[in-house]
Design a protein around this ligand. Structure first.
Ligand code: SAH
Length: 253
């Protein structure tokens, strides 16, 4: 039986974890959660006797040691990551270490913060007539970004762009977005703590991103969304057009 589950905690609100994720938390003997971003309310789903560790205070090897010790005595472990673990979750290095130790694991997906941000904005990232692409990226900071994926290069597509981990680098982000091809007045938004009670939405333009973050004192836990999906124009979808036949519906004459 699998004893280690990487679980996506969702973006913040404690009822935005999946049913599967919640039941894994309820059954866990050990939970290691990413304390910098996971809502501690989720730990209320844990059993009274569950051992709880905050990985924000631990190194990779310390995390692996806890998991290994727990698995050896047959305990069920949940490694709880914010949003969906596949994005900036640093799970690959943990999985590889567990594989070397012969410990198997599964992943339970989560609602990413970029999904929660779109919900809070009541927006659709992929608007017909505007863009059919979402670029998920980050500005280069302590963690480098491959050169060909620099914001300037990605900006040339004019697609919807969602930037994680970049709110401290907005001066450069703005310049690169504009140099890459977004008009300076392209709509942009800073979404702070999407789905948390303290959520804030700051609408601005590509040009005013940095100023807007500073004025609103937003320095972390925020996403930057950029593109004309935030504007007023778009085309109606073909899927629901009366003159369009689908597998399920015939076009009206
Ligand atoms: N795996 C996570 C992302 C982890 S990286 C996910 O799928 O959402 C951490 C970064 O994610 C933060 O610096 C911030 O840019 C973003 N983030 C995480 N939760 C957020 C939230 N509730 N609102 C806005 N941004 C969030």
């Amino acid at each position: 039986m699998i004893k280690v589950h990487f679980v996506g905690a969702g973006p913040g609100a404690s009822d935005l974890i999946t049913l599967r994720g919640k039941s894994l938390l309820e059954r866990a003997d050990v939970i290691i959660y990413a304390g910098s971003l996971v809502n501690p309310e989720l730990l209320a789903y844990a059993k009274q006797a569950c051992e709880i560790y905050n990985s924000a205070e631990m190194t990779l090897d310390e995390v692996i040691d806890i998991i290994q010790a727990a698995v050896e005595v047959g305990k069920a472990v949940v490694r709880l990551h914010t949003g969906d673990p596949s994005l900036y979750g640093a799970i690959r290095e943990q999985m590889d270490k567990l594989s070397i130790l012969g410990i198997s694991y599964e992943i339970c997906p989560g609602v990413s913060s970029f999904n929660a941000a779109a919900a809070s904005l009541q927006a659709e990232y992929t608007l017909p007539g505007i863009t059919q692409t979402v670029i998920i990226t980050r500005a280069a900071g302590k963690t480098p970004v491959p050169e060909c994926e620099g914001i300037r290069a990605l900006a040339s597509h004019g697609a919807t762009m969602v930037l994680f981990l970049s709110v401290g680098l907005l001066e450069t982000v703005s310049k690169d977005l504009i140099a890459g091809g977004y008009a300076p007045d392209t709509p942009a938004v800073i979404v702070y703590k999407a789905s948390w009670p303290e959520e804030r939405i700051v609408r601005c333009s590509v040009q005013t991103l940095s100023k807007s973050a500073i004025e609103n004192k937003i320095t972390k836990t925020a996403l930057i969304c950029v593109g004309n999906f935030l504007g007023d124009t778009y085309e109606l979808s073909r899927l629901y057009a009366p003159d369009f036949s689908t597998e399920y519906r015939r076009a009206k004459e």
